[in-house]
Design a protein around this ligand. Structure first.
Ligand SMILES: Nc1ncnc2c1ncn2[C@@H]1O[C@H](COP(=O)(O)OP(=O)(O)OP(=O)(O)O)[C@@H](O)[C@H]1O
Length: 279
């Protein structure tokens, strides 16, 4: 009976600020779990929950040595978590900036994206490997190495020339920044994730890596399979066709979708050119 009274006492003493407090914590926990779901962090979280259960069991069963070990390990564990989750934390902070006042203002336009897609299709057909990265909010210069500064207009011809094998700039990635080809031959951080497909090599790992650590969007053309993929938020989207590629890039880079009128006009122009070529 006294238990019921004390429970009632607790319930009646709950104020609006307590409800708000619980609500905020629930939202943070929800987004944290959503953010970690399917990542390396998820497996670590499951491991931590297991250790927590062992610690609680040790406490309940009075297993002094085990309890002592756990209590002394927690403080080191907190520091270890910051080190282990460093990429996730960096990505999270970058994302906060993306949603805030520093919202990405796109200097990339439809022409630039179409030129990049045209270059990728050309290279995919001929199995020329390439890696093109679009910078968004996060400055990529802190994440890349060995780059050669170009600061050139984006054109499909220049992109194809850069990635043509046995030329000095073909290795590494091209970085598109503020609507320009800012750098070529840039080396990017490789992902360490074990959640990516088995047959993925270093070019793809570099594309996933930069999208994991920053908010950049990376386009990869596979030299082996002639397949085009997009990497964003540490995930890779493979086997996209031209329409899927264009739609995704327009959306990710803050460019409006083409209107039905524009699609029809392009289609008509293409057909006209084909007729002209045939006659
Ligand atoms: N850290 C890096 N940053 C940027 N580019 C890289 C990096 N590491 C490797 N590359 C590029 O990837 C090329 C090697 O690709 P590799 O064959 O290992 O990858 P892949 O993902 O299997 O791609 P593909 O399907 O094109 O063969 C290198 O020649 C280099 O141009």
């Amino acid at each position: 009976m006294t238990d019921i009274y004390s429970l009632l006492g607790v319930l009646t003493s709950i104020e609006l600020k307590d409800v708000l407090d619980i609500l905020i914590v629930s939202v943070i926990v929800y987004f944290l779990l959503k953010f970690l779901a399917g990542t390396r962090g998820w497996q670590i979280l499951i491991g931590l929950l297991f250790l927590l259960s062992v610690w609680l069991l040790a406490k309940i069963l009075n297993l002094n040595t085990l309890e002592w070990i756990f209590e002394n390990l927690w403080s080191i564990g907190i520091f270890a978590l910051f080190v282990i989750f460093q990429p996730e934390l960096r990505r999270g902070l970058a994302k906060l900036g993306e949603k805030g006042i520093f919202r990405f203002f796109s200097s990339t336009n439809k022409k630039i994206i179409d030129d990049v897609i045209r270059a990728c299709l050309f290279m995919a057909e001929r199995k020329i490997g390439s890696l093109i990265v679009f910078e968004r909010n996060v400055d990529l210069t802190n994440y890349i190495e060995g780059q050669v500064k170009l600061d050139s207009e984006v054109s499909s011809e220049l992109l194809i020339t850069i990635f043509t094998p046995q030329t000095p700039l073909h290795d590494g990635a091209v970085i598109i920044k503020e609507g320009k080809i800012a750098y070529a031959r840039a080396f990017l951080p490789l992902t360490l994730s074990s959640d990516i497909p088995q047959n993925v090599g270093t070019r793809h790992r570099a594309g996933i890596g930069i999208s994991e650590e920053t908010d950049a969007v990376a386009l990869v053309v596979s030299e082996e399979r002639g397949e085009i993929s997009i990497c964003v938020d540490g995930k890779i989207y493979k086997g996209l066709d031209i329409l899927g590629l264009r739609k995704k890039l327009y959306k990710l880079l803050g460019v409006e979708k083409p209107t039905t009128f524009e699609i029809l006009r392009k289609k008509l122009r293409r057909e006209k050119n084909e007729v002209k070529k045939a006659s």
